[in-house]
Design a protein around this ligand. Structure first.
Ligand code: COA
Length: 167
């Protein structure tokens, strides 16, 4: 039985570890070549936190996952519109996959969206990341094909959205 998870804002001592966790998670899942320039972006959690809100999930005092909330209209937001909240750089340490860490981090993003009056939250996932597609679908996200886009050749991003429940 896994120990309880704590999701909290990242702090200065966390950033290097968060960067390494992101790179390890994406690479282990087969979605990142070490020579890919995106590695530099993934690793730089400190820069992200200056423009957005980096969260971590901790279990037994160890960081086991991270996500970045990117409010609409801010530097790291890509597909959010009209007050929607977007999140990016969701990564769980491979040793903690399928133990509820990803779900807890998405729940924290949804809580932030609700507290800030966002109508929905949105994300992009590379087309070949079928595991993440299933993960988001299982959490109630649906495809938003009109916002699919490609930052560069060979990288096709699929958009997903979930309305924030206010009831
Ligand atoms: C995708 C990812 C964030 C999921 O995190 P996680 O902590 O393993 O997911 P959870 O344990 O919260 O999973 C919740 C449910 O989602 C579904 N799910 C999660 N990962 C899945 C996968 N790889 N394949 C199919 N379904 C999956 C399952 O229904 C799971 O419930 P179950 O384990 O009881 O069957 C994690 O695999 C990861 O970090 N992958 C590499 C980085 C990445 O792809 N990030 C997303 C980029 S947009």
């Amino acid at each position: 039985m896994p120990s309880p998870l704590v999701v909290r804002p990242a702090a200065e001592p966390d950033f290097d570890l968060i960067g390494e966790l992101c790179v390890d998670s994406y690479a282990t899942a087969g979605h990142l070549d070490p020579s890919d320039p995106y590695t530099v972006t993934l690793r730089d959690a400190r820069a992200r936190d200056a423009q957005a809100k980096v969260l971590v999930a901790e279990r037994d005092g160890a960081i086991v996952g991270t996500v970045t909330i990117c409010p609409s209209g801010t530097t790291f937001a890509e597909v959010g519109r009209d007050g929607e909240s977007e999140f990016r750089f969701l990564a769980v340490a491979p040793t903690a996959w399928r133990t509820g860490v990803g779900e807890a981090l998405v729940a924290a993003c949804e809580q932030w969206a609700r507290e800030n009056g966002a109508p929905a939250h949105v994300i992009c996932v590379i087309d070949r990341n079928h595991g993440a597609h299933k993960f988001y679908e299982q959490l109630g996200f649906t495809r938003l094909p009109e916002r699919d886009w490609s930052p560069r050749e060979g990288v096709n991003l699929l958009a997903f959205r979930r309305a924030v429940p206010y009831a």
